[in-house]
Ligand binder design. Structure first.
Ligand code: SAH
Ligand code: DHB
Ligand code: MG
Length: 223
């Protein structure tokens, strides 16, 4: 079982289930043209996130890690017209590309893109006392996943859903001695989740055009 096979299976299912989409294609093209890394979610993963947000009936979505806004567009499309998505990005250059992609997607009125360190932006959201988010997607720097998760708990309600990307890392996550700060971040996150009574959580390993990785899926429950 190889990367080539995973990619071909993605191509096969995407050809049937994901109609070609000029807005998403343009977003990826603009991202590439600006020299941003191709670390966006895969198209079928973007649709998976969008479907999850729709199943959740989300009208308020929080995203940590915007890049060029590819996952942002998928998620914002799950919103009702009155819905809102707040997305957090550190790099002003990434944010500029994202802003233009979100504008082209016709989603600017629904998307609030905040530039700065996500931890600061999350603290600001807590201070502002914003209404709880129904759905959170954590996909920024991996060493800080535990802190993003803990902040998300302050910004959600019982019944909210939190999805975390890149929690398997080609299987490296099983290495308790790992010196990789990303792996250590994921492992510390898993420990915290395991010790948080007010959540129910699982991990889904994924293979496909973006290699071997995984999502954590968490439902916030009553404390
Ligand atoms: N969710 C995007 C991909 C995000 S890539 C998609 O699937 O389309 C991760 C992003 O997190 C990068 O753009 C990076 O600049 C940003 N990032 C890294 N550290 C950050 C921090 N401390 N605060 C906010 N964003 C950060
Ligand atoms: C990286 C980040 C991601 O969010 C991802 O999905 C894949 C790779 C990275 O930083 O290398
Ligand atoms: Mg990711």
């Amino acid at each position: 079982m190889t990367q080539e096979l995973w990619t071909r299976v993605d191509e096969y299912t995407n050809s049937l289930l994901l109609p070609s989409d000029a807005v998403l294609d343009a977003a990826l093209a603009a991202s590439h043209a600006a020299g941003l890394p191709s670390i966006n979610v895969a198209p079928n993963q973007g649709k998976f996130l969008s479907l999850l947000a729709q199943l959740q009936g989300a009208s308020r979505i929080l995203e940590v890690g915007t890049l060029a806004g590819y996952s942002t567009i998928w998620l914002a499309r799950a919103l009702p017209k009155s819905g809102r998505l707040v997305t957090l990005e550190l790099d002003p250059k990434h944010a500029e590309v994202a802003r233009s992609n979100i504008e082209r997607a016709g989603l600017s009125a629904q998307v609030d893109l905040r530039v700065g360190r996500a931890l600061d932006s999350l603290a600001a959201l807590v201070n502002e006392g914003v209404p709880p988010f129904d759905f959170v997607f954590i996909d920024a720097d991996k060493p800080s996943i535990p802190e993003y998760f803990l902040a998300s708990l302050k910004l959600t309600r019982p019944g909210s859903v939190i999805v975390v990307d890149n929690v398997v890392r080609k299987g490296a996550v099983i290495d308790a001695q790992s010196s990789d700060a990303n792996v250590r971040g994921v492992r510390r996150f898993n420990e915290i989740v395991s010790q948080t009574p007010a959540v129910s959580a699982t991990t889904v390993q994924t293979v496909g055009s973006k290699g071997y990785d995984g999502f954590a899926l968490i439902r916030v429950s009553n404390p």
